[in-house]
Design a protein around this ligand. Sequence first.
Ligand SMILES: Nc1ncnc2c1ncn2[C@@H]1O[C@H](COP(=O)(O)OP(=O)(O)O)[C@@H](O)[C@H]1O
Ligand SMILES: [Mg+2]
Length: 220
Amino acid sequence: MTILKATHLTKRFKRGDKSFEAVSNVSLDVKKGEVVSIIGRSGCGKTTLLNLLAGLINPDSGQVELDQMAIHSMPDDELTTIRNRKIGFVPQGKSLLGSLSVLDNVRLPLFLAKNGQDSRQRALDLLRALGIGELADSQPASLSGGELRRAALARALIASPLLVIADEPTSEMDGGSAESFLNLVKLFNDQGMTFIMATHDMKAAEISGRVLKMDLGVLE
Ligand SMILES: Nc1ncnc2c1ncn2[C@@H]1O[C@H](COP(=O)(O)OP(=O)(O)O)[C@@H](O)[C@H]1O
Ligand SMILES: [Mg+2]
């Protein structure tokens, strides 16, 4: 069953007075239960593509269907609801809210879905599985880059989304952290969760059923 279907996606950006295609005519079909990695050098368009697939930015042309719903043409409020319910997103870089503890950051998606009652234990379990259980009550500002990425993964997983989209999730992680991260991906994938990752990490590519290469906005 297809969970995510992108058809002829193109996104242009301006550089100086010229425009270029950061994502150029990309089509992609991801089935339930797949782990798909997108690799390619910095600047080739991976982040732009993931943002398009998650409905965070709009394409100049092309379509994105998530769980058979056309999200590229959806009104913002409707899209936000669908995205919260169906996608766990791990952005590139720092993404935790500085005003909340690590634990509350991880619980946030369930809180927003008004389903926060049992979230404390589940959040703690996820943080422990990622080797950062002892940081639950810390403030994000005191965490290292790798610890922040792991907390962001816990936040992406907590509402059991249909699809997790992760942008270079193991960057800034040491070998052990990356391993606990990838083990958790495997565990959730065994239960049927679908993953799309942009990565430079060969270990991440190894656990993927499919590795796609991107170059100058084009997906091979
Ligand atoms: N908002 C933006 N405005 C203009 N150019 C952008 C913007 N976002 C990304 N780019 C450019 O688009 C290209 C692809 O960027 P990106 O998708 O971040 O690549 P990657 O994630 O593979 O490093 C790069 O040349 C980048 O500089
Ligand atoms: Mg990127």
